[in-house]
Design a protein around this ligand. Structure first.
Ligand code: ADP
Length: 285
């Protein structure tokens, strides 16, 4: 089995019931006060070998964090938690926050750390109640403050930083579509970027929907050219410092996507040393 996959079940994610699980090596972290923004008041730290993976996916809007995080979550049996999805669920709920959130999101700005941590805490609590363990976070943390809050309450094993050239990111965001019935994501963009100045060529075929979804495709309100460019700018100002933060902790794995899913997925599994794991899972299935 691949080195980084730990599938032993643990009893808690963030220890909302005031429980602490720590090895002696981790005790110094665990004794720091957990952030008051997280509900509950406790923080759990289970040794990595005794629990499921706790990974973070970083990367610009449109890079494909959701696609690869979701595939890995299925492969490893851990929840894929995308804070963008939590925000969109809140928007769709027409709850008290929905009007405020829609103004922020539709300008490409970031939701406040307080709101996003609150949404994430609720999601993790609900998952814990269902017996979920481990996670792949997508879109969180996005600010240094969020990274510090996360570091106060749990240990992150690995941070995967997905990369694509900016021209491709804009085209991919503009090509994104979701089926409003089955919820699956597609992309109608044909990417064909020539190689130049030492940069390899990149080509990606569109990921087209099956005929039954074709008439039900919707585009995210924040996937317009103007808002995508604002999101890319905000990402480089606010989220890029996170790369250095996790690099300095020795947790960052950089991954330049070589193309679309058919080329990138096997290479990502190889980089994560999960290629043999996928073969074993398929053999059992
Ligand atoms: P993207 O394609 O930009 O990666 P997401 O689906 O991750 O989009 O997020 C959509 C929007 O939700 C963001 O533009 C932002 O307004 C809000 N959002 C999501 N995650 C966070 C976060 N961690 N902190 C602040 N705002 C967030």
């Amino acid at each position: 089995m691949a080195r980084i996959v730990r599938v032993a079940r643990s009893s808690s994610l963030f220890g909302f019931g005031n429980r602490f699980y720590s090895t002696s090596a981790e005790a110094s972290h665990a004794s720091s006060s957990p952030s008051p923004l997280f509900h509950g008041g406790g923080a759990s730290r289970v040794a990595a070998k005794d629990r499921n993976v706790q990974w973070v996916f970083l990367g610009c809007p449109g890079v494909g964090k959701g696609t690869y995080a979701s595939r890995l979550s299925t492969l490893l049996g851990v929840p894929h938690i995308a804070t963008g999805d939590l925000v969109r669920e809140e928007l769709a709920s027409s709850g008290p926050l929905s009007q405020k959130l829609s103004e922020i999101v539709n300008q490409g700005k970031l939701v406040s750390d307080e709101i996003i941590v609150d949404l994430l805490s609720k999601r993790l609590e609900a998952g814990e109640a269902k017996g979920e363990s481990g996670f792949i976070l997508d879109g969180f943390p996005r600010t240094m403050r969020q990274a510090e809050i996360l570091g106060d309450v749990t240990d992150i094993d690995l941070v995967v930083n997905l990369k694509l050239p900016e021209e491709v990111l804009v085209e991919k965001c503009l090509g994104r579509r979701t089926c409003n019935q089955c919820g699956k994501g597609f992309n109608i963009a044909h990417i064909n970027l020539k190689g130049e100045n030492g940069r390899p060529a990149i080509s990606m075929d569109p990921l087209l929907p099956p005929p039954q979804c074709m008439s039900k495709l919707i585009t995210r309100a924040d996937d317009t050219e103007e808002v995508v460019k604002a999101r890319l700018r905000i990402y480089s100002e606010t989220s890029q410092p996170l790369e250095e933060y996790y690099r300095s902790k020795g947790k960052l794995m950089e991954f330049d996507l070589p193309g679309g899913i058919p080329e990138s997925w096997p290479r990502l599994l190889e980089a994560l040393r999960l290629d043999d794991y996928e073969e074993k899972q398929s053999a059992v299935a």
